[in-house]
Design a protein around this ligand. Structure first.
Ligand SMILES: Cc1cc2nc3c(=O)[nH]c(=O)nc-3n(C[C@H](O)[C@H](O)[C@H](O)COP(=O)(O)O)c2cc1C
Length: 158
């Protein structure tokens, strides 16, 4: 598994977190749409040095992208053009000291009902509205998801 933390790969890291509304085709199960996205991300992100995590829940998406600033912004612009989501809102975009999400590609996850315990901690249990999360809460949620194994979460693809 490739990592970008150490050695010659170490450089300034840009982190962008955004939330958007899921617009998957009506006849396509969410898991299948997410698998397709993760496959695209696997093709592009490793080469660009971009890492992150994509969380889908309650019709919303929350994604963190980390890597060199140019690569993150290029990736985000491509994602913005994608009709599989809309109403994007950037929660935070700026330089950080180090990566929190180090695995190459893009982890794509869905939360099952057991994951509500995580949302409860952020007051998001009854209505998951990631657009309204602060930068601190959005990062906390994504880190909790990253660190959480089944059964709370369904991991799709790396
Ligand atoms: C919510 C969402 C997240 C995405 N995340 C990524 C990503 O991290 N990296 C990436 O290359 N493409 C991502 N995509 C897919 C791109 O929008 C685009 O479809 C893809 O990069 C096109 O490349 P391809 O033709 O090789 O599949 C995402 C799409 C959506 C809807």
């Amino acid at each position: 598994m490739t990592q970008f933390q150490n050695g010659s790969r170490a450089r300034a890291v840009h982190r962008l977190i955004y939330a958007s509304r899921q617009r998957f085709a009506a006849n396509e199960p969410a898991a299948q749409a997410l698998e397709a996205i993760a496959a695209s991300a696997a093709r592009h992100n490793a080469a660009a040095g971009v890492t992150g995590l994509l969380l889908a829940h309650g019709g919303w998406l929350l994604q963190v992208l980390e890597g060199p600033a140019n690569a993150v912004m290029t990736t985000y612009r491509r994602i913005l053009d994608d009709p599989r989501h809309d109403e994007p809102r950037v929660i935070i975009s700026g330089p950080v000291r180090e990566r929190e999400f180090e695995e190459a590609g893009m982890d794509a996850r869905r939360m099952n009902p057991a994951g509500d315990c995580i949302l409860g901690a952020l007051d998001q249990r009854t209505a998951f509205t990631p657009r309204e999360l602060s930068d601190v809460s959005a990062l906390a949620l994504l880190k909790a998801v990253r660190g959480c194994d089944a059964p709370a979460l369904v991991a799709l693809a790396g």
